[in-house]
Design a protein around this ligand. Structure first.
Ligand SMILES: [Fe+2]
Length: 117
């Protein structure tokens, strides 16, 4: 994360929160609409089941991330409440406020989710 932040600063790629969210939405949207579907199809064609599962998890979660970022963008000016996020250690599913009983994407127990303050 430190290296990524340094590289982004060098690229002058860190902008306002609204601009960053808009770029993140565009990136996630590209991934779940175009990038991962192609990768899933290729993995399926090659019979690479582990890769297919990994790409399928990522595809579902990237779509969810795009929605989360969209909601954040809409609420940016009105949101005053601070709350934690919980991230699935298997597929990366991200939820706010409280971990689910089990991950809706990969099924791992909610107690395994990592809390991000
Ligand atoms: Fe998961």
């Amino acid at each position: 994360a430190v290296h990524a932040a340094n590289h982004l600063r060098a690229l002058k790629a860190i902008k306002t929160t609204k601009e960053n969210l808009r770029e993140a939405i565009a990136g996630e949207t590209h991934e779940f609409k175009d990038m991962y579907p192609e990768m899933i199809a290729a993995a399926k064609e090659e019979g690479a089941r582990d890769a297919e599962r990994s790409f399928t998890y990522a595809n579902a979660v990237e779509e969810h991330h795009a929605r989360l970022y969209h909601d954040m963008l809409e609420e940016l000016d009105i949101q005053k409440e601070s709350f934690p996020y919980y991230v699935c250690p298997v597929c990366g599913m991200t939820v706010d406020h409280k971990a689910p009983d089990k991950c809706p994407v990969c099924g791992v127990k909610g107690s395994m989710f990592k809390k991000i303050e």
